[in-house]
Write a new protein. Structure first.
Length: 265
């Protein structure tokens, strides 16, 4: 088992793309798929200048729903040489405009594990069947709500090389069990995030250690919830939420992610 303790923020040498940049639209296209009769609208991105098959990465959105934030991340992964699918966990056109609506959407999915895993697996099947990723390894990353989704997929034994959670909840009603988790786990957390308290972190680390799951936990000093989302400061001001963008933590966590993807895929 590989265990890496909590680390302070640091700058790596590689940085693929700019986290706050506009999405290069030439990389992506809308894709429509379904799960149990519900239409879902995702976004598939890859660099058309590259030839041949390549690994794929599933990207799961924050609790607001499938938006520009995850499409931009999919484009950044395409720039780094991957095929990325920003999935849709709520249904076509369901994008929250208020925290109460986002909470309702997220709770409906998080509260029904079969539904959550089913919608994740529908997107996973779409990516596995794509001509560029057929037979290639897959990873999954998620933000906030999406971070908790990819961790649950890993706990359920999804055939993924790696999952990465960015400022996602770590608690679960279905703890990882030995010999079930196939993915290496990477967690990026804001050290000042009140939504992920110390006891939740301690329980997560105990869970991973007990199940002998390889994981890396990175705690970014000074960062709070949603530290990767450039809109977080405006959201905090508008709704009085404990969220905020942190350019350094955003940049460093992305560099760290790409280094891990390049090593494991």
């Amino acid at each position: 088992m590989r265990h890496v303790p909590v680390l302070p923020a640091l700058a790596l040498l590689l940085f693929f793309g700019t986290a706050g940049a506009e999405s290069p639209s030439e990389y992506g296209e809308q894709v429509v798929y379904e799960h149990n009769g519900v239409e879902l609208t995702g976004y598939l991105a890859h660099d058309p200048s590259l030839e041949g098959p390549r690994p794929g990465v599933i990207v799961v959105h924050e609790w607001w729903g499938h938006d520009e934030h995850v499409r931009r991340r999919a484009d950044m992964l395409a720039e780094a040489g991957y095929v990325a699918l920003a999935l849709d966990m709520y249904g076509s056109g369901k994008l929250a405009e208020h925290p109460s609506e986002a909470r309702e959407f997220a709770t409906a999915v998080r509260g029904n594990r079969d539904l959550m895993l089913g919608r994740f697996e529908a997107a996973e099947a779409l990516l596995r069947e794509h001509e560029l990723t057929a037979g290639q390894p897959l990873a999954a990353i998620g933000y906030c709500f999406g971070g908790s989704v990819v961790l649950e997929a890993a706990r359920a034994g999804s055939d993924l090389a790696m999952v990465a959670s960015f400022h996602g909840a770590l608690n679960t009603d279905h703890p990882a069990e030995p010999d079930t988790v196939q993915a290496d786990i990477l967690v990026f957390n804001g050290a000042e995030d009140p939504l992920v308290p110390a006891e939740q972190i301690a329980a997560f680390r105990e869970e991973m250690d007990a199940a002998e799951v390889p994981y890396t936990f990175v705690d970014f000093a000074g960062a709070t919830h949603s530290f990767t989302n450039p809109r977080a400061d405006a959201i905090a001001e508008q709704f009085g939420m404990p969220v905020g963008y942190d350019e350094r933590a955003d940049r460093d966590s992305w560099n760290w992610l790409i280094a891990y993807l390049n090593d494991r895929l």
